[in-house]
Design a protein around this ligand. Structure first.
Ligand code: BG6
Ligand code: MG
Length: 216
């Protein structure tokens, strides 16, 4: 019997490639503000909440003080409307390779599956991707005080499932997310490059490369 009772998955960049749509929607928003963002800068937005992402973009363009709170809310709203339109066509085909097999493997072992995404759109994506039946719990990011890199989202999943954080594994593609998992006292599995996700306990290039036997 494994010491791990629950896997908490990030969504964007771990289960599906919606980090691309987030990037495209932010890029459009930044372009309209005359701020030039690229994919390297985008690494700093991964896992970060909507409003914090906007603040990072404005700071990057030295425009932090150019907008009222209402104007910022409007910019974030527009980005989200744009993003929602982009993900509308997502289907089961947009699931990353290996996700279903991984979920089946966890279910067979009686290990719970949670979604710990900073995205308020995660429940919509779970439905569009057809994975609802595998998921035991989806954290509502609005229900926690602090977003990633704070541990709150991961701790909320563990708490509400009644599982000790030390018996949880977090899976993340973002630097901020891996930091959040480690601060929560959980095992951190990184998806991507080890040089970026250096705090992770183990790193796989893609979700399909995850070896449950090695982790458990
Ligand atoms: C994270 C993404 O999962 O969710 C970020 O990596 C995004 O890019 C954040 O900003 C918040 O998402 P949303 O859908 O609530 O704007
Ligand atoms: Mg992510």
């Amino acid at each position: 019997m494994s010491q791990y009772k629950c896997f908490i998955f990030d969504m964007d960049g771990v289960i599906t490639e919606t980090s691309e749509q987030h990037y495209q929607a932010w890029k459009q928003c930044a372009d309209e503000l005359g701020i030039d963002i690229d994919r390297t800068f985008n690494e700093k937005l991964k896992g970060v909440s909507r409003m914090d992402s906007l603040e990072r973009i404005l700071a990057y363009g030295n425009r932090s003080h150019d907008f009222t709170a209402e104007e910022k809310a409007e910019l974030a709203y527009k980005k989200n409307e744009n993003y929602k339109e982009m993900i509308l066509k997502c289907t089961e085909d947009d699931l990353f390779e290996g996700v279903k097999e991984l979920f089946e493997g966890l279910k067979e072992k009686g290990i719970k599956i949670a979604i710990g995404s900073a995205s308020k759109n995660a429940p919509t994506l779970v439905n569009l991707l057809g994975i609802k039946d595998y998921i035991d719990y989806i954290v509502d990011p609005a229900s926690v005080e602090k977003g990633k890199p704070a541990p709150d989202i991961f701790l909320k999943a563990a708490h509400d499932l009644g599982i000790d954080p030390s018996a949880c594994v977090g899976v993340e593609d973002a630097e901020a997310g891996v930091e959040a998992i480690k601060s929560a006292g959980m095992l951190a599995v990184g998806i991507g490059e080890a040089s970026v996700l250096h705090q992770a306990d183990m790193v796989y290039a893609h979700t399909k490369d995850i070896q449950l036997a090695d982790i458990l």
